[in-house]
Ligand binder design. Structure first.
Ligand code: MCA
Ligand code: AMP
Length: 507
């Protein structure tokens, strides 16, 4: 039997092809049979381009049923899927194209003319509704039968760009084996069944929405309510007929912001999952008090998919707020000090992991890959934590910080170094420091302290306006402070902690 991701995701395809796989609140639905026929057409179109098996298909489109078909078709055709956040701007996209060298680019119709000059051999379009554009027009003439392409566990399935500590993003290479192992593990760990209805409100260009949520539902033959994006009111409308919801902490705080939200909204729910950023104790507790549901917090990365999860089944242990639970079955996790020596239970150190879900390495960056693995092949996550200790059950991981200079804002990662690079190249700027400050909505918000050239007259607002044209909006500092100089320690290193403390007060 084929071990390809597509074959694992469709192994429980219902016998009746008219069974609904996915539906939208607008009344559009996609049956399993339609999914199979439509992915076959797109896979045939891709195959007609005579691409090599490791050819990259880069995609920057809005979330839609058409976008989902494209993802599954790329997997079915045995090609490599490279999704991009829809917030990325031209200079960011140009970098991804240069780095990944895709053979196919699928983008919004309005972007096609601009992006066509970037040298990708085949450019197709898909509109926001997922029903128009050259991709589906061309696919419509193709056969709706497709013979499976076999892929082995080590073959590349996806490249996910994750921001880089040294500046630009790096591509995490995920194999069919990486993704299927995590899908199979979570299928059991979270008790998925064909009777589930997943309320899917996450974007589909990151691990959380594309793999954790989508793969879980498909693998079990469940039904999906497909929302184009998270909106608290729409989620509240759909929750009463759903059984599973997955979100980043901002989504939970936005649901709770409506005082009327509570137990009556979730009569059929069996599981709420949170991840991608730390869930505040207050959110965990309020959600339990208001709805009677205990959010299951889990932890993962683009490079690894899911690593740890609080238990689903109470018989396996309690869900403990502030922890991300024990390592998932098949995942090995250790806490090590700077010298690589394993810490005792309860001691704080670097989180290192190993397992079939750990990525193949960074795309065309062997040195960076080497740096991030220990000599005995453990992946260094850059997160800092402890196992057990301070009242947490033995074996439960608590993440206490990060050794990487990273801001997580509303579940999106921002590497200060990358934003500093864009600020520092402005003629009026001498230097800058980008740092995270607490934010009631996004958990953390991006802030910057900027030193200007003598006599330069740039204001914080002007700087923000300039950046909005150049980088994804979620990376643009929400607050910019013009300063005389950056605080430095005796070694000359910028003290971001001092900046955080000085500028953390609400505006
Ligand atoms: C939007 N903005 C943001 C963010 N999202 N700014 C900072 N952080 C954000 N996350 C900007 C918008 O561009 C806009 O700026 C302004 O903030 C207000 O936008 P708003 O309408 O409030 O935002 P939204 O469109 O409602 O989006 C908020 C959101 C969204 C729904 C929380 O950010 C989201 O879907 N986050 C989920 C991210 C995710 O899936 N992460 C998983 C990564 P302007 O006015 O200037 O345009 S996978 C991962 O991390 C690992 C593997 C894991 O463990 O899962
Ligand atoms: P990404 O680069 O988008 O894959 O983000 C991965 C990072 O998100 C991890 O290295 C953690 O720092 C963070 N993360 C994911 N889930 C959690 C969680 N439940 N609690 C704290 N941090 C998390």
């Amino acid at each position: 039997m084929s071990g390809s991701l597509y074959s694992v995701l469709t192994a429980r395809t219902p016998a009746d092809p008219s069974r609904i796989l996915l539906e939208t609140p607008g009344g559009v639905s996609l049956s399993w049979g339609e999914m199979e026929a439509r992915t076959a057409q797109v896979a045939n179109l891709l195959r007609s381009l005579q691409l090599a098996p490791d050819a990259r298909v880069m995609v920057q489109v809005e979330k839609s049923i058409g976008a989902l078909i494209l993802y599954l078709a790329t997997q079915r055709a045995g090609l490599v899927y490279v999704p991009l956040n829809t917030a990325y701007r031209d200079s960011e996209i140009a970098y991804f194209i240069e780095n990944a060298e895709p053979w196919v680019l699928v983008c919004a119709p309005a972007d096609a003319a601009r992006l066509s000059v970037l040298g990708v051999p085949h450019v197709f379009t898909l509109d926001a509704a997922g029903t128009g554009g050259t991709l589906l027009e061309r696919a419509a003439d193709q056969s709706s039968d497709f013979s499976a392409v076999d892929r082995s566990p080590d073959d590349l399935a996806c490249i996910l760009y994750t921001s880089g500590t040294t500046g630009r993003s790096k591509g995490a290479m995920l194999s069919h084996g990486n993704l299927t192992s995590n899908a199979l593990t979570l299928d059991v760990a979270w008790g998925w069944s064909g009777g589930d209805i997943l309320l899917h409100a996450l974007p589909i260009f990151h691990v959380h929405g594309l793999f954790v949520a989508l793969h879980g539902a498909m693998r079990s033959g469940a039904r999906i309510i497909w929302l184009p994006k998270f909106e608290a009111a729409e989620v509240r409308r759909q929750l009463p007929r759903s059984t599973v919801f997955m979100g980043v902490p901002t989504m939970y705080t936005r649901l709770l912001a409506d005082p009327a939200f509570g137990r009556e909204d979730c009569p059929t729910m069996r599981l709420f999952v949170s991840g991608s950023a730390p869930l505040a104790a207050e959110t965990f507790e309020s959600f339990r008090a208001r709805t009677g549901h205990t959010i299951l917090e889990r932890y993962g990365m683009s490079e690894t998919s899911m690593l740890c999860s609080n238990p689903y089944d109470p018989a396996s242990g309690p869900r403990v707020g502030g922890t991300v639970g024990p390592a998932l079955p098949g995942v090995s996790l250790r806490i090590a000090d700077d010298a690589g020596v394993e810490c005792a239970p309860g001691e704080i150190g670097g989180v290192q992991v190993r397992g079939p879900n750990i990525f193949l390495g960074y795309w065309r960056a062997p040195e960076k890959t080497r740096e991030d693995f220990t000599a005995d092949r453990w992946f260094k996550t850059g997160d800092v934590g402890r196992l057990g200790g301070s009242g947490a059950p033995a074996g439960y991981l608590t993440i206490v910080g990060r050794s990487k200079d990273l801001i997580i804002t509303g579940g999106y990662n921002v590497y200060p170094k990358e934003v500093e690079g864009f600020i520092d190249e402005l003629p009026a700027v001498v230097e800058s420091a980008v740092f995270g400050i607490p934010d009631p909505d996004f958990g953390e918000a991006v802030a910057a302290a900027v030193v200007l050239q003598k006599d330069a007259a740039l204001t914080g607002e002007e700087l923000i306006a300039t950046l909005r044209d150049r980088i994804a909006r979620f990376k643009v500092p929400k607050r910019v402070h013009i300063v005389e100089e950056l605080p430095r320690n005796a070694m000359g290193k910028v003290q971001k902690n001092a900046l955080r403390i000085t500028y953390s007060a609400p505006a």
